[in-house]
Design a protein around this ligand. Structure first.
Ligand code: FAD
Length: 184
């Protein structure tokens, strides 16, 4: 949909948003509170998604809703997180990305910090020939930023689930995005 040229978000019975990924393509995300992680039959995904969008009167959303059908690509997953305790390396093997720090998508930064890992690792490898100290230096540079993204994303998720403080939510968003704007 061409009119989706920037991220748009709605808050109601569920949280949802539209994200453009190219001039012609976009994706819809919806997060809902589910008390249990029960199995949901994929054959019901489209109908359940349409039902979740039913409570939003915005005409754009209603057009998106009308376009959801059996051929729609719908991914249904619980939101999970992981922050692997250090060390993230052993010998000459090191882990980066979601393998060590998977965040819920509330700061939309999981892939970004994974890409940063790769940049920092190559930077450290280019100026140090000792592998153990290189991997330790990599870990030292990455730990605090990745911990912040995982833990702040989890707190944002908790506030949204519990209908918690909007001020705290806004403050965490602001502080996290300012921290992420700092050089790696
Ligand atoms: C709903 C949602 C929205 C998100 N939105 C954003 C966003 O807006 N911005 C952002 O920066 N991040 C976002 N993320 C996070 C982002 O998707 C992840 O942080 C990122 O994909 C992690 O990259 P990765 O390469 O570390 O791991 P992955 O993308 O998980 O890649 C791991 C790969 O390894 C493969 N694999 C696993 N096991 C094996 C095996 N045994 N053999 C061979 N291959 C294997 C998998 O198939 C997969 O292809 C979002 C995540 C979710 C769930």
């Amino acid at each position: 949909m061409e009119e989706v040229d920037t991220t748009m978000m709605w808050l109601g019975p569920v949280k949802l948003g539209l994200n453009p990924v190219s001039a012609a393509d976009m994706y819809l995300f919806v997060t809902e509170r589910r008390p249990k992680n029960e199995h949901v039959d994929p054959a019901t995904f489209a109908a359940q998604l349409r039902a979740l969008l039913g409570g939003f009167p915005a005409s754009l959303l209603q057009r998106v809703r009308a376009s959801i059908g059996p051929d729609s690509q719908i991914v249904f997953r619980p939101l999970e997180q992981l922050l692997l305790p250090r060390p993230w390396y052993r010998g000459r093997v090191v882990l980066i990305g979601d393998a060590v720090h998977a965040a819920t998508p509330h700061l939309a930064s999981g892939a970004c910090i994974g890409i940063e890992d790769a940049l920092v690792l190559s930077d450290e490898l280019s100026r140090n020939e000792e592998v153990p100290s290189t991997l330790q230096a990599f870990q030292d540079r990455r730990w605090e930023r990745c911990r912040m993204v995982v833990e702040n994303s989890a707190r944002l998720a908790q506030i949204e689930i519990e209908g918690g403080s909007r001020d705290e939510h806004a403050q965490i968003m602001r502080e996290s995005l300012m921290a992420l704007a700092q050089p790696i």
